[in-house]
Ligand binder design. Sequence first.
Ligand code: MTE
Ligand code: MO
Length: 417
Amino acid sequence: MGAHPPFTPPTSPSFWRSPLRGPWLTAVLGTVLLAGITLLFVTGLLSYAAYNPDLAGGLNDRTPGKGLLGLYLFPWPTGPHWLYRLTQGLHVTVGVALVPVVLAKLWSVIPKLFTLPPVRSAGHALERISLLLLVGGVLFECVTGVLNVQLEYLFPGSFYPLHFYGAWVFMAAFATHVVLRLPRTVRALREGRDPRAAADDTGLVAARPDRPTVSRRGALGLVGAGSLALGLTTAGQSIGGRWRRIALLAPHGAGEPGSGPNAFQINKTAAAVGIRARDTGDDWRLTVEGGGRRVRLGRADLLALPQHEAALPIACVEGWSTDDRLWSGVRLRDLAALVGHEAEPPGVLVESLQLHGAFRRAALRDNQVRDPRSLLALRVGGAELSADHGYPARIIVPAAPGVLNTKWVSRLTFGEW
Ligand SMILES: Nc1nc2c(c(=O)[nH]1)N[C@H]1C(S)=C(S)[C@@H](COP(=O)(O)O)O[C@H]1N2
Ligand SMILES: [Mo]
């Protein structure tokens, strides 16, 4: 009996024995998160704006109850053409790379979770509730984000509201936390790496530390190496080129399906969404409507209209992007002109042959219709579109999220919706 040390519960300060914990380590990790999470917040809001959720009709809007949270929305521009590729690539890559930092930060403060009494005062109770939202929020955003990147449609249609509202709750708690902890963080960074437990008023330094097996710097190095490895194996899916080969963590990243001009990432195949060959054959017609007029065009009619080229990527919300591809087809503004919208065409509602699923229709804003690079594409890289890339015709718009590049288009309605 006597040989066993007495049982120490995690609520006892002597249960936590890592010599690494201390205000400096927590402050360094916190500072990295402050910068990283701010970037995630900004690029996240940009991604939300890029969907044009406030377009009349709210067609693209998966968060119709957003109210004031849509306050900052602005018309998403069409240039530079790689804009969404950049903002979303950063969001997903930095988000994935921060996961080890988040875990290390939580580890560094975990003794505080168990301190007794759990609530000392009303103020302390409020602080603990805000910490619950903070920790719950960060884990929730990590999990929904990573699952969306990895499994794309695990949340059919509902990833957007979950990640969006989760972000606002988390950011409120995060902002509170930053304000409360900034002075302590600055002090800890100034004081350096080795505060003595006696001088520690944060309760992070172990009362009975074990012997160190790695220095604080070494531990930070390990976390950094983990982040870097995750970042590098994710980033290639956005950067493209040779980097794509090491995009091991990205389901749509490494490797490109098939060969020839159509050999690039496919989000949903024609078969997956029930597009049958007979719907896209010679009987296929595109209906163009607006201004009280309607025309119906076959593929030969479209090919007889002036053809234009645009080198544009597809950049998906999941973080993967294609390199610039040379698309060719009919300008959206030329199609608007066919139904009388000559000078300043309005926005357009795009509908697909696809009968079910969240992405079978999308609304584009007038600035997107008017851009000369916005096409109803018929060909890519000099070849006909493949069935999986949207044959007979698909939308391609500069700087827009992939989700707005509707495939297997059957109807365009300019204005009036
Ligand atoms: N009709 C239709 N169009 C669609 C989709 C879809 O599911 N159905 N997916 C969209 C999404 S989310 C993306 S990222 C791009 C992917 O294009 P790609 O498969 O041609 O690379 O197509 C978009 N167009
Ligand atoms: Mo997408």
